[in-house]
Design a binder for this molecule. Structure first.
Ligand code: SAH
Length: 289
């Protein structure tokens, strides 16, 4: 294998910070990420930010089809040359945040696996984009900033547990697989990286009456971390029409003590409370004559 550094030199590619370009140099790590994806010959894989294609080549050895998405036109040219001859690879030039996973799944009559060394500046939008296509994505194996991975996999009562943890874990089973030191990249990032692996659940952990409502509730519960759940909900704009009494009733029904802090609620409790509150919310107030 030609070393990634030589490939970059060959194309005289000066990494663009704005696009989160930090290329994997360590061949061993590249193999480990590809292996963590658990890719087999039936799999259709979408790679986020293929760069110069070092990971792409590795994935292509096992996959049925690889769609390598890359936004930087300089790298698209490099990819075309680097991947020439890999006839199960196609290059998609453009923004992953606009990528339509459903049409790929439809074209190949298969759910899609997602893999990639994700540009750190778009890690959160990428996660939400994947969530929005979860019905056609089976799983994902992503390199992200270490702190972001810790937030996404954190359990309740942990300082990293927050909005992204609850929302992602409602829909996916996630785990951190391993850390990747900054020395494995060029240019060397200022932050440490980790690999997260997630498998989308067939059904959410709790069948949700209204997903947008659930997200609003979770955000409200964490609005001020040190406040009690009740205090945060009382202040929540989206619950402005619901009286304190009704909120208390919903909490009782969900068997959740309003004096707890949001960060102590399990993902399941958030789901249950969301459904109960939503019912309350739907009931129009009755005026006594
Ligand atoms: N996979 C390569 C490159 C990782 S760096 C490797 O591991 O070496 C991140 C890559 O994502 C860069 O190539 C960058 O150009 C690309 N990228 C940045 N923003 C993107 C976006 N919105 N959509 C698709 N690719 C993007």
């Amino acid at each position: 294998m030609v070393s990634p550094k030589e490939i970059l030199k060959q194309y005289e590619i000066k990494p663009r910070k704005k696009l989160g370009q930090s290329f994997l140099l360590d061949v061993n790590t590249i193999h480990k990420i590809a292996a963590a994806g658990g890719i087999s010959s039936d799999d259709v894989v979408v790679e986020i930010g293929a760069g110069i294609g070092v990971l792409t080549k590795d994935i292509a050895q096992n996959a049925r089809r690889v769609i390598a998405v890359e936004i930087d036109p300089r790298l698209v040219t490099a990819l075309q040359q680097q991947l020439a001859g890999h006839d199960n690879v196609e290059i998609a030039s453009g923004d992953i945040l606009k990528f339509d996973f459903a049409s790929i799944a439809d074209q190949y009559k298969s759910k899609v696996k997602v893999i990639g060394n994700v540009p750190y500046n778009i890690s959160s939008p990428v996660i939400f984009h994947l969530l929005s296509y979860r019905s056609v994505i089976s799983d994902f194996t992503l390199m992200l900033q270490k702190e972001v991975v810790e937030r996404l996999v954190a359990p309740p009562d942990n300082k990293s547990y927050g909005v992204p943890s609850v929302i992602l874990q409602m829909f996916a089973v996630v785990e951190k697989i391993f850390d990747v030191p900054a020395s494995c990249f060029y240019p060397r990032p200022k932050v440490e990286s980790s690999i997260i692996r997630g498998i989308f659940r067939q059904k959410p952990l709790v069948e949700l009456a209204d997903e947008a409502f659930f997200s609003r509730l979770v955000k409200a519960a964490f609005a001020q971390r040190r406040k009690t759940l009740m205090n945060n909900l009382k202040k929540a704009a989206f619950l402005a029409n619901v009286s304190e009494e009704k909120i208390k009733e919903a909490l009782d029904k969900a068997q959740i003590d309003g004096k707890r802090r949001g960060e102590t609620l399990s993902v399941k409790e958030f789901g249950q409370l969301s459904n109960i509150l939503k019912q309350t919310f739907n009931l129009l107030p009755v005026i006594q004559l």
